[in-house]
Write a protein that binds this ligand. Structure first.
Ligand code: GTP
Ligand code: SPV
Ligand code: MN
Length: 590
């Protein structure tokens, strides 16, 4: 029998599930977490003692700690991530699949006794605002104190969640063990039919913080299909114009393609009177409101943001929020006990340790921080944090952006003709891969709606679900495609990005309200260069024209690849997507 500390909740379904997984994992101790400050202090001490956390300079970075992951455990492992439905077809060609019985059997063997000599923590957590009809409860069990401390920042954890749950059985069962961190025994498995996630063999990010990609996207996307809403890999930002009107925009960009940055952008000096309100940086749950609009909540409570590239010039809001009460993962450690990464404000440090804890200097020939190094911080520490984050009904969305990394072809921004065409723009999203997942970096891959790694069911059915929303959403957001990442022949970015992206948001909002200057092209409405300009935009006219140019031949060459991709979905491909593909081909021919 394991020793139990903390308050066992009265919910008998929770009790029974935890008893069952405890019997399988055989920890020495079971700790029921309450999310309190006292508990944070105690668990932080435990984490420092066991080496999970390194205490940083508490004068310069109060409440901040550094975590170094195992060398083989630095990003999500998509090849080891499975959707385990009875029928393979329900998972679709977009997911790895294993039969539930087989996967439960294989993973049970790894979980069995995996927590011997360890503590099992029980984390009740709420995804979404207090008292929101859209919020969902999860219970995560884990043997990683680092995971507990991250979940505490990333979710509303403890009593709040148990109160929301009451006596109900309606919670996601999230089982996690680091086990021996062996890649050959690493599996991240989802069982939508059981509202269950089993993850073993990793302690990193989306593999281990099961509230995030596993629950809030893979499990939630399937729930959304059943219940008539959408779970999306989208930031949520409020854009306030000088006259005081706020419009909310959602943006789906693949991992490490700029969601956190856009969610808290700093308006350029040339755009006086514009303000940004940050609601979320990674995940949106979208429901059709009584007014026929889409309303979004951010189910999370914190940011798990990319460190490299973050500096005062690119994102001063992020810099301001990570100087206290932040957990850093896999960044470099300076000799004064502070942190550093490529793109940091400070010069390249001397006498630093790299993310692995090895001595590092500028001549080492590899980055000091891991390219997927991260900071974990509460949303409330963001200087542009918006209290609307806590609104049970969420915020009404005027526009949806689909964005990706494309050096060529895809213009800075263009608008779809309507909801069906907008869904097609999402379905044809493709991006150069990044360090956020293991595997090659910089290769163009199809990533529909930035959801390829996160859609918990057949992507063809998912597109169908998107199209069907138009029947209920009588006043849906306008849909746009954006690309901050075009480059010239020298490999230099054509668009300054970051704060200047507000120029694009301004045009997007004008267009959403039926105004704004645009030119109709074969791919959609493209802005007149003058509508992006208007003072102090420091780029040449030629570059600006190039940023919004439509390369008809390039798009024609793309058609075949799009068609072949859609063919993979067979009968699951909705007619509306096929129609849009044909319509694009016809327009390009005309
Ligand atoms: P995930 O947390 O993995 O989902 O990533 P994300 O989509 O939130 O990306 P994030 O905002 O963290 O940006 C990732 C990288 O892209 C960082 O290194 C940024 O500095 C860089 N980046 C973000 N916005 C821009 C931009 O407008 N232009 C350029 N050139 N780089 C950008
Ligand atoms: C992403 O990869 O999109 C992330 C980081 O936001 S992780 O939590 O690891 O999924
Ligand atoms: Mn993400």
């Amino acid at each position: 029998m394991s020793n139990i500390t903390g308050t066992v909740p009265s919910n008998t379904f929770v009790q029974k599930w935890v008893k069952d997984v405890t019997a399988m994992c055989q920890p020495d101790e079971v700790v029921w977490c309450d999310g309190s400050e006292a508990e944070r202090e105690r668990l932080t001490r435990v984490a420092v003692q066991c080496g999970d956390l390194i205490t940083l300079n508490q004068e310069k970075l109060p409440g901040c700690y550094l975590h170094r992951s195992a060398l083989n455990d630095v990003a999500r492992t998509e090849n080891l991530t499975f959707v385990c439905t009875e029928q393979k077809e329900d998972a679709g060609p977009n997911n790895n699949w294993m039969a539930p019985a087989e996967s439960y059997d294989r993973l049970s063997k790894i979980f069995s006794g995996s927590m011997r000599g360890r503590t099992l923590y029980v984390i009740p957590f709420l995804m979404g605002p207090l008292g929101s009809p859209f919020s969902k409860v999860g219970i995560q069990v884990t043997d990683s104190v680092y995971v507990v401390l991250n979940m505490r920042i990333m979710t509303r954890m403890g009593k709040t969640a148990l109160d929301h749950l009451g006596g109900s059985d309606d919670f996601t069962r999230c089982l996690h063990s680091k086990a021996d961190l062996d890649m050959d025994r690493r599996f991240i498995c989802h069982y939508p039919q059981d509202n269950t996630i089993w993850s073993v063999g990793s302690g990193y990010g989306g593999n281990a913080l099961l509230a995030k990609k596993c629950l809030a996207l893979r499990i939630a996307s399937k729930l959304g299909q059943k219940e008539g809403w959408l779970a999306e890999h989208m930031l949520i930002v409020g854009v306030e114009s000088p006259d005081g009107e706020i419009n909310y925009v959602c943006g789906a960009f693949p991992s490490a393609c700029g969601k956190t940055n856009l969610a808290m952008l700093v308006p350029p000096a040339s755009m006086k009177g514009w303000k940004i309100h940050t609601i979320g940086d990674d995940i949106s749950w979208l429901h059709v409101g009584p007014d026929g609009r889409l309303w979004a909540i951010n189910p999370e409570a914190g940011f798990f943001g990319v460190a490299p590239g973050t500096g005062s010039k690119t994102n001063s809001n992020a810099m301001a929020m990570v100087n206290r009460d932040t957990i850093f993962t896999n960044v470099a450690l300076r000799s004064d006990g502070t942190v550093w990464w490529e793109g940091h404000d400070d010069p390249v440090p001397a006498g630093a340790q790299d993310w692995r804890g090895k001595p590092w200097d500028a001549k080492s020939g590899h980055p000091a921080a891991h390219p997927n190094s991260r900071f974990t911080v509460s949303v409330k520490q963001c200087p542009t944090y918006s209290p609307e984050w806590e609104k049970p009904e969420g915020v009404p969305i005027s526009a949806i952006l689909f964005g990706a990394r494309r050096q060529k072809l895809v213009p800075l921004v263009y608008q779809s003709f309507n909801w069906q065409h907008g869904t097609f723009l999402g379905a044809t999203l493709a991006s150069e891969t990044t360090a956020a997942a293991t595997g090659a970096v910089g290769v163009v891959r199809r990533d529909p709606m930035a959801m390829l790694p996160f859609c918990g069911y057949n992507m063809g059915d998912y597109w169908g679900h998107w199209l069907s929303l138009a029947k209920r959403a009588t006043n849906p957001p306008k849909i746009f495609r954006v690309n901050w990442f075009q480059r010239n022949e020298q490999g230099k970015f054509l668009w300054p990005g970051f704060g200047e992206n507000l120029r694009v948001l301004r045009w997007v909002i004008e267009r959403s309200k039926g105004g704004g200057q645009a030119e109709e092209t074969a791919i959609g409405y493209v802005p007149k260069p003058s509508s992006l300009n208007g003072g102090e935009l420091n780029i040449s006219k030629a570059d600006l024209n190039r940023l919004v140019a439509v390369d008809r031949e390039g798009w024609k060459n793309n058609l075949k690849g799009q068609g072949e991709y859609f063919d993979k979905f067979g009968d699951h491909l909705p007619a509306g997507i096929r129609e849009e593909h044909q319509a694009l081909a016809d327009r390009l021919k005309a």
